[in-house]
Design a binder for this molecule. Structure first.
Ligand code: ATP
Ligand code: MG
Length: 445
């Protein structure tokens, strides 16, 4: 394992001052898996104040990010490196945070407070891998296992329950039996965890390449934090289109959209309104109007879990419009231009991905529709590339041009809308002279 120059330099500086220092946690795990770590975290026997003084004396920018928990952040080239003092956690009474933390000189104590064996390894350029809990063996066996007694570790901090699912979903690992049992038994403690922390772990879980398996295998835990999904579990749609119940359908759809937060959340939540809208007619199930109900439920979930405003807006829009049926039959170019004007290019392409995933999660008899995916995608991309006129701002006339013709306020807006309709429908070319002539004519007529 080779360290990049920045963490290696931080270790050297701290050790020259008489302390010990290691890289630790996720970066060690990911390096051993042959992946490039997202960020390099360090741990050290120096107190945070000592580490700060040593690094600042060497001319390094330091932020006191969590001084009382023992964490400072060194910055090189705008890249942050967290340095946490070796810590031992005091008693836990709120299922989330230790009541106190004590700094220690013992690396092993610091590794023992960490959540899973694969996250409880440290590495030093000269002293090599420090792995007291068999993390490397568990990496090879592809297992998520608590450090210590699982029931105790989850009782201390219930967020670890979701972290176990998250690492299983992102790494494609199994959850060791006792760890899985304790996670299941203690799942109600998740109700004590701050919603934004739940959201962060769920979003990472959903973006994992094995998200579907975990969502299906760990339903009870998922339903504890997303009770709205429990209604979908076992809900038979009574239609030949579907071979899964609504929950399974949603999980399979998750797996078929690209691993981006908005799309993964939208795939998971797109049918949450189905049970409320469901009715039987002639022996077949229907759920007319369910996208609007799903969108309402989605909004409640986004607000409760404290999604950012942008993510909320994206997920809500995708769920609300997930039934565009872009793959169903020949989509006329006029319809595509209208949709592009209404939703914008990025969202329309995401809606296409969601449509595709929705079909992938239906009965295989419907898979023939997937043949429409590529041509529609190309058609949308072409409209975007050629900057086809689909919004008022793209029209070859603007408000001042129309004011010069004597139009004002409401009339002016209506005229622009009408021109846009004509251009999108292909009835008028988007050319200044033609557009002005059309307005002049309709005013005189
Ligand atoms: P990622 O690649 O997502 O950053 P990571 O393993 O680095 O994965 P972080 O959330 O950044 O995860 O946490 C850094 C390290 O801190 C973990 O590897 C683990 O050793 C420890 N850790 C984080 N959260 C907890 C927790 N709730 N309980 C115990 N140890 C934790
Ligand atoms: Mg990390």
């Amino acid at each position: 394992m080779t360290l990049p120059p920045e963490p290696a330099r931080l270790i050297t500086l701290l050790e020259q001052a008489g302390f010990s220092a290691y890289v630790v946690g996720g970066c060690v795990r990911d390096s051993l898996l042959g992946k490039v770590p997202q960020d390099w975290d360090l741990c050290s026997s120096a107190t945070p104040e000592q580490a700060r003084d040593i690094l600042q004396a060497a001319g390094i920018t330091v932020h006191e990010t969590g001084l009382q928990h023992g964490t400072i952040t060194a910055v090189f080239d705008r890249q942050p490196y967290e340095i946490t003092s070796f810590r031992r956690d005091g008693a836990y009474t709120d299922h989330r945070r230790p009541d106190s933390v004590q700094f220690t000189q013992d690396l092993h104590e610091d590794l023992a407070r960490r959540d899973f064996t694969v996250n409880a390894m440290a590495f030093h350029p000269q002293r090599g891998l420090i792995d007291p809990f068999g993390g490397q063996a568990d990496l090879q066996a592809r297992v998520i296992r608590c450090v210590g007694e699982p029931a105790q570790r989850f009782a201390e901090d219930a967020l670890r329950i979701l972290r176990a699912l998250r690492f299983a979903a992102t790494l494609g690992f199994a959850i060791e039996e006792k760890t899985a049992q304790a996670a299941h038994d203690l799942r109600s403690n998740l109700l004590h965890i701050a919603h934004e922390r739940v959201q962060v772990e769920l979003t990472k879980l959903l973006c994992g390449s094995h998200a579907c398996e975990i969502l299906l295998a760990q339903r009870d835990i998922i339903f504890t934090v997303l009770p709205e999904l429990a209604l979908l579990n076992g809900f038979d749609q009574h239609t030949p289109w579907h071979c899964y119940d609504v929950y399974e359908h949603s999980c399979v759809a998750v797996q078929h959209v690209p691993p981006e937060p908005a799309l993964r959340w939208a795939a998971l939540l797109h049918d949450t309104g189905k049970p409320a809208c469901f009715f039987m007619r002639d022996g077949t199930g229907h759920a007319h109007g369910h996208p609007a109900v799903s969108a309402k439920i989605t909004l409640q979930i986004c607000e409760r879990l404290k999604f950012s405003r942008k993510l909320t807006q994206q997920v809500h829009a995708l769920v609300e419009h997930h039934e565009l049926r872009l793959l169903e039959d020949d989509v006329a170019p006029v319809r595509l231009r209208r949709l592009l004007g209404k939703h914008g290019g990025d969202t329309l392409l995401q809606l296409l991905e969601l449509n595709r995933a929705d079909v992938c999660a239906q009965h295989p008899d419907k898979f023939y529709r997937l043949a429409n995916y590529k041509p529609i995608k190309q058609a949308i991309e072409q409209l975007i590339a050629e900057q086809s006129c689909v919004t008022r701002a793209q029209l070859a006339v603007n408000g001042s041009d129309l004011m010069a013709l004597g139009l004002q306020d409401k009339q002016l807006g209506q005229a622009l809308d009408e021109l846009l309709q004509q251009v999108i429908d292909g009835a008028l070319p988007n050319e200044h002279g033609f557009l002005l002539a059309y307005i002049q004519q309709s005013r005189s007529g």
